[in-house]
Ligand binder design. Sequence first.
Ligand code: GUN
Length: 287
Amino acid sequence: MAAEVIDGKAFAADVRGKVADHVARLKADHGLVPGLAVVLVGEDPASQVYVRNKGKQTVEAGMHSEEHRLDADVDEKTLLDTVARLNADPKIHGILVQLPLPSHLNSDLVINSIDPAKDVDGFHISNVGLLGTGQKSMVPCTPLGCLMLLRDRLGNLSGLNAVVVGRSNIVGKPMAQLLLGDSCTVTIAHSRTKEIEALCRTADILVAAVGRPEMVTGDWVKPGATVIDVGINRVPNGEKTKLVGDCDYASCAEVAGAITPVPGGVGPMTIACLLANTVTACCRANG
Ligand code: GUN
């Protein structure tokens, strides 16, 4: 039986609608306008598309949006000064430094210079530690979006076996923490994992976040499992290119109970959660 398709695009539109309602109430009742600043270093085309979409959707939700573009060869001090100014700016409640940064810049140093209360990506070491110890934190947007889709589809996740394929700081590790927080039995698989296919076949929840086009195939999937595909890979398609996930959609959809498509699955949830995190940051900053 073919899997149910998890419509992340529609779910994200719903989240953005709720964010817009909340923003309207904050404005009407408290005169507050949540503000998000995005810092983009260099000209990476994919990053430029993301940043444009973030700015557009921030404004559509009724929020204040700023974009700070710096040259690819910017020195670290200029970037740190930009972050420091945004940290001190009361109009700004959320700061996002688009990754990856050019290799001459120390990403850890830059991310950890963001005020943790404004770190809407949840990448600051304080937020990582808070999430890992089950305390209130800023939660990274992509894993948060995946968790929302999983809760919506499965309800209570307690006791389910979850396998997260990929151990990045942006998705794999925080995803595992969130699933653990919902009382799943969690395993992180990666490039050195032995018998990865058999391990994945034990998963009630299979999250693929490795950045390798169509690596996970149907024979990795337990019948009826929920498959969350975080990958966004651009691959050649005749004269043109197309987007594919980390899962081979056709074969996985034959076995899974439900699956997120690419595009239209996890991708739209990331920006929706970024907007939600910015509203959360604004509310926390204003008591
Ligand atoms: N690059 C790709 N995804 C992300 C993200 O979620 N946040 C930031 N800051 N950069 C990214």
